[in-house]
Design a protein around this ligand. Structure first.
Ligand code: BGC
Length: 709
């Protein structure tokens, strides 16, 4: 390869038109986004429209161009690819936080497999997913794309997703490496975090995913980590990722993370995306003047071509454009039902009896959010709103409310722009006259109220009313519904159609049931109806803590920017992220990590250790209907080391569906590697008694065994 060819190989080809690439003629226009702005870019002819990027084809050497497209809730490409009537629709699966709420890697692997099949059919070679940053704070704009506040749960779920995708011969890409835990100032914020917290919390999920699924690619993040941009951070990319964990794939930048291209390549960041002419110039001149060794460049070229070599494009097989969308749609519905979390169910308010008459309130009941905006958006063919799902399930939906809400939403949306990358416009909540509510209470059996929140990359959420807190209108509506329906002995159910928590504590009146339905993908309405009707017995459990108040969360003191400094955020809470903090400090929470109700009950029986690397637990369904139970194993480490959490998740497993009276034995392998503590610059396994708890949540420890290491 010539030096020019080598340099062009490590710079994506979706270059701006300022300097048309000489090596890839026949480009077609596409668009991407830089900051908030639309930027015209070019993809080669025959490429996949709407993909995020592309690599350089080198016809002379028989090297094809490969296509990089987002993730994570499905493949993000344009449905219209050419002038024929064929449309390349992709399945909008539930967003990541719902996937982790299933606590079921084997189900997540099936989602990965379906996404991998759609990639194959549509000619996408690398999926820019899974996204797996730690949910350090509930206001992070991209939390819905991430899995959990816990690294073990994040890592195991991500590994399953990657195995599913890559089983199809295409590549997955873990992102955003590392400590990319906020959107504010995302292009340059400096995450100041101790090596201990980095290794035990922020890197560990990536480590698990790398070791357990061998992802082909990884995306470095925009931010700095302790003063050095992640994409220029040799310690992160070469020493830790490759040296310690054995990652052998390619590392690419996040889009437009245009720091210093020479430092990026030297640090082991192999591909600069989406690529721009100035990067090519800088690299060529660095080569010429000896600021970049050809050997360093060769290393990155080899890694980028490694991905090309294993891609379906190398076999030259034409794409089919006919994925099995019907079966992926059923899968989307199934997993959505498995990941919803039932938070409250007073006097068995749920399930709702068949054919009940329902008064549906809240705009999100009629315009249900299936996913977030930004690169996590998926161009799906349709979505099922909650109102439609309930009707489909045989419930009566109050027609006056339906007509009024539908007309209101249509009128509001007519004033807003259409759905596009950055914005999924939603109508604001609207007041319902008291006489309407009274009429609805007389004529229906239940009130159902949906609260929704939109989110997406580029901005964080707010801690104020209308976002983390209910708006005055929302809390007024909830209060009136509870008063009027309860007065007639009728129940009120709240559905949360959100990608990340809202505060549930200071609600003036409490509904009888609360279902955390997340952003559940294109089958949203049917999946929520499945749970409300009891067709699906809820078995999802929270992958993050729901605090009583935002200010109870340690990172609330240093989220966004630290006082007086616009460019750095200090992770002062160290290891005390999420339940690690709440369990250690004793500060009460609204709903603990790992919590979720079922329509049945489970008994945790005998717990035993087999040697020091396996724990077994008997679980019995002691209730009246079939169901599944996600069991967590937490460890209490010996002695009490200063600044360490009192409990840490070290394994989890979920029962198969157990019929009433049926039992099973769950097995939990215990990996010493992930029990280690990073203290004073080294990993160690403290000697002494280790207590392992089998738990239904971080606050419901039911059985224990003690082992000595
Ligand atoms: C996002 C990435 C995404 C990329 C390509 C960036 O703005 O941070 O997650 O993969 O765009 O769309």
């Amino acid at each position: 390869m010539t030096p020019q060819e080598k340099v062009r190989t490590v710079v994506g080809t979706s270059v701006s038109p300022a300097s048309p690439p000489q090596l890839a003629p026949g480009l077609v226009p596409s668009v991407t986004y830089e900051g908030g702005d639309q930027v015209n870019t070019y993809l080669s002819e025959g490429s996949v429209r709407g993909a995020a990027g592309e690599s350089l084809p080198l016809e002379r050497l028989g090297i094809p161009s490969i296509i990089y497209a987002d993730g994570p809730a499905g493949v993000r490409i344009d449905p219209v690819q050419d002038s024929t009537d064929l449309r390349d629709w992709c399945t909008a699966f539930p967003t990541a936080s719902l996937l982790s709420s299933t606590w079921d890697p084997s189900l997540v692997e099936q989602i990965g497999d379906a996404i991998g099949q759609e990639m194959r059919e549509y000619g996408v070679d690398v999926l820019l997913a899974p996204a797996m940053n730690i949910q350090r704070n509930p206001l992070t704009g991209r939390n819905f794309e991430y899995f959990s506040e816990d690294p073990l749960l994040s890592g195991r779920i991500a590994a399953a997703y990657v195995r599913g995708v890559q089983g199809n011969g295409v590549a997955a890409c873990l992102k955003h490496f590392a400590a990319n835990n906020q959107e504010l100032y995302r292009y340059g914020i400096d995450a100041r975090v101790s090596e201990r917290a980095l290794r035990e919390i922020y890197l560990r999920g990536f480590e698990i995913a790398v070791r357990e699924s061998s992802p082909a690619a990884l995306m470095s993040s925009y931010n700095k980590v302790n003063g050095i941009y992640a994409s220029e951070n040799k310690w992160l990319l070469e020493d830790v990722l490759r040296g310690e964990w054995g990652f052998d794939g390619e590392v690419m930048t996040d889009w437009w993370a245009t720091c210093d291209p020479v430092s990026q390549i030297k640090a082991g960041n192999d591909l600069l995306m989406p690529g721009c002419p100035s990067q090519i110039d800088s690299l060529l001149s660095a080569l010429k003047y000896g600021n970049l060794d050809e050997a360093e460049l060769d290393r990155s070229v080899a890694r980028v071509l490694g991905t090309v070599k294993r891609s379906p494009k190398m076999s030259g097989k034409p794409v089919g454009r006919h994925p099995d969308l019907a079966s992926h749609d059923s899968l989307a519905r199934r997993i959505a039902g498995e990941g919803m979390v039932l938070l409250r169910n007073e006097e068995s308010a749920l399930p709702i009896a068949p054919q009940s008459k329902l008064a549906l309130f809240g705009v999100y009941s009629y315009d249900t959010q299936v996913g977030g905006s930004g690169s996590g958006y998926v161009n799906r063919k349709f979505k099922v709103n909650l109102s439609e799902g309930l009707e489909e399930a045989g419930f009566g939906v109050d027609s006056t409310l339906k007509v009024n809400y539908t007309a209101y939403i249509a009128a509001e949306k007519a004033k807003l722009p259409g759905e596009y990358f950055w914005v999924i416009p939603t109508a604001g909540e609207t007041a319902v006259p008291l006489e309407q509510i009274r009429r609805a209470a007389r004529e229906n059996d239940y009130a159902l109220l949906t609260f929704g929140r939109m989110a997406g990359e580029g901005s964080d959420r707010s801690a104020g009313k209308g976002d983390y807190l209910l708006s005055d209108l929302e809390s007024g509506l909830l209060g009136t519904l509870c008063r009027e329906f309860h007065a007639l002995g009728k129940k009120v159910v709240v559905v949360l159609n959100v990608g990340s928590p809202i505060e549930l504590t200071r609600w003036d009146t409490l509904p009888d049931a609360i279902l955390f339905a997340w952003m559940p993908g294109q089958q949203a309405g049917n999946a929520i109806a499945d749970v409300l009707s009891g067709k699906v017995n809820p078995s999802g459990k929270l992958p993050m803590t729901l605090a009583r108040s935002y200010t109870d969360i340690p990172s609330s003191r240093n989220f966004g920017v630290s006082e007086g400094e616009l460019n750095k955020v200090c992770y002062e809470e160290e290891l005390m992220v999420g339940y690690r903090y709440f369990c250690t400090s004793g500060v009460p929470v609204e709903y603990p990590f790992g919590f979720g109700l079922s329509y049945t009950d489970f008994n945790y029986g005998e717990m035993e250790a087999v040697g020091d690397s396996l724990i077994r637990l008997r679980v019995k369904n002691t209730g009246k209907c079939a169901g599944r139970e996600a069991v967590q194993i937490y460890v209490r480490k010996p002695g009490h080391m200063a600044g360490r959490p009192t409990l840490e998740l070290c394994a989890f497993s979920k029962t198969p569906t157990l019929m009433p009276g049926e039992s099973c034995t769950l097995e939990f392998p215990i990996e010493k590697r992930y029990l280690q503590c990073f203290e004073n610059g080294e990993w160690l396994l403290p000697e002494g008694d280790w207590t392992f708890f089998a738990a239904a949540s971080a606050e419901d420890l039911r059985r224990s065994v003690t082992l000595s290491f």
